[in-house]
Design a protein. Structure first.
Length: 475
């Protein structure tokens, strides 16, 4: 039995099950379209795909994906980007499972164009369906359904910020604040019920029973040790989740990570999901597969065409190599197709709009981002990743590391050919310090929120932007 059905809850029946049924219908609909709406399937292969066994394998692939990855559509605190990422991951897993099973059992795989069309259509439709479901869930919760009830203990500044978050921008996440317990009633925000002093919270938890899901407490356990221990015990005895909201004023507002040194909890200012052996293995394997396939298939043809265009446009080598700052601040040689005439300031000056150093064919290379493709060599060698913060010139690292306090944090991940900052408009020339600061913030966000689905999403977003020629900074 699938894990999503182990406990039958309203969320399973009204959110997870419809999402799974929709996923299955999308897969069936796309395959039906490919078989009978394109006239591209070979006639000798068509009967095999029309067999009951083929459709059975497709449904099994959807169910296996739900079992392996779960359905997270209803989880609170997830952004639209995260929902889209999960949709892409679910679609990709189903695609791989189905075609893998068809290849093993029937020794049959859709021919190239149909395979690509299947991947794109299911990916796009999954994203639209999951976002639509997420929106519907948000509307239900806004109307008062499926609320997650919490009580707040303490009125310190950090708790007031949490209260604003729960009752403001995330009302569609379905948080319902019962009220606040504090020694200072005058500090209770407007619209929030004052439930009494912190001592009143203990009998309140007992009385509420299953109606209360979580207690958030900002009282200092060092000075309120006895009370906090009693409150924790009461919450645990009644299956109410207890969470401590620490005072972190003065520290950067980032996604932090708690670990232990001995019996002491230590808070790291950065969560680094990439800093585990499994994550590194997964990302490196993906990099090797993608870069290896590209280098032995398309790259030789692209190299030949670019070499001819570059040689006819400007004397000098086809490749331009430059030292850049990489993982953990180490230097490496970064490769690009040369798009400029040779100049003495190549290692210090960024390309600007209408740059006289860029020759005509080089303009095309830069506008289309084809000049970056030799960096797949860097990816294969291990200096870079397909997705990550863009590598900067050593000169810029020296300058901005002094001007921006958290600049060097972006080097806690391997630099990438594309990245979260680039697909969000932070690429190309940085005219103002604010431009670089915005790029650094997005690079740090990527490092703190890395996931396989995020990488896949960034790759798709990059391809989509290249197709649409959206980026005005591509010069």
């Amino acid at each position: 039995m699938l894990s999503i059905f182990k406990t039958t809850t309203k969320e399973t029946l009204f959110y997870k099950l419809p999402t799974l049924i929709g996923d299955i219908l999308i897969q069936v609909g796309v395959l039906e379209f490919l078989l009978h709406g394109t006239d591209m399937v070979r006639e000798n292969n068509l009967p095999k795909y029309e067999q009951v066994g083929s459709w059975f394998l497709l449904v099994v692939s959807c169910l296996l994906t739900a079992w392996l990855l779960g359905i997270k559509i209803n989880e609170r605190g997830r952004s639209s980007v995260n929902i889209a990422n999960r949709a892409i991951l679910n679609a990709a897993a189903t695609f791989i499972l189905y075609n893998g099973l068809m290849a093993i059992i029937y020794e049959l795989v859709l021919q190239g164009k149909l395979l690509g069309l299947q991947a794109v259509l299911t990916g796009v439709l999954y994203i639209l369906w999951h976002l639509l479901m997420r929106r519907a869930i948000g509307l239900f919760r806004r109307k008062g359904a499926n609320h997650y009830t919490v009580a707040l203990v303490g009125s310190e500044p950090n708790m007031l910020s949490v209260c604003e978050f729960l009752t403001g921008s995330y009302t569609e996440e379905g948080y319902s604040v019962h009220g606040m317990f504090t020694q200072h009633p005058e500090e209770v925000p407007a619209g929030i019920r004052y439930l009494g002093t912190p001592e009143d919270a203990i009998p309140y938890v007992t009385q509420q029973g299953e109606a209360l899901k979580e207690v958030l407490c900002s009282l200092n356990p060092a000075t309120e040790t006895d009370y906090v221990n009693r409150l924790v015990s009461t919450c645990e005895a009644h299956m109410v989740r207890f969470k401590y909201v620490p005072g972190m004023e003065g520290y950067p507002k980032r996604k932090m990570n708690i670990s232990q040194l001995g019996n002491v909890n230590v808070i790291s200012l950065h969560e680094e999901p990439l800093n585990t052996p499994l994550a590194k293995l997964v990302k490196r394997t993906g990099d090797l597969v993608l870069s290896g396939l590209f280098l032995v298939t398309l790259f030789p043809i692209i190299w030949l065409v670019c070499a001819i265009g570059i040689k006819l446009s400007s004397p000098g080598p086809v490749l331009f190599k430059q030292k850049r700052t990489g993982y953990e601040g180490k230097e490496f040689w970064c490769y690009k197709f040369r798009s400029m005439h040779a100049s003495a300031d190549a290692d210090t000056k960024q390309a600007v709009k209408g740059d006289s150093r860029v020759f005509r064919f080089g303009e095309f290379l830069r506008r289309s981002s084809i000049d970056e493709l030799p960096q797949f060599i860097n990816v294969f060698l291990g200096d870079m990743s397909v997705v990550g913060p863009r590598p900067h010139m050593l000169h810029h690292t020296d300058i901005y590391s002094d001007l921006i306090g958290d600049y060097m944090i972006r080097h806690l991940a391997k630099p990438g050919i594309t990245g979260w900052a680039q697909v969000n408009g932070c690429r190309g020339e940085t005219k103002e310090l604010a431009d670089m600061r915005a790029r650094v913030e997005k690079d740090i966000w990527y490092i703190e929120h890395w996931s396989v689905e995020l990488d896949i999403s960034i790759i798709f977003m990059t391809i989509w932007q290249l197709i649409r020629h959206q980026d005005e900074k591509a010069y």
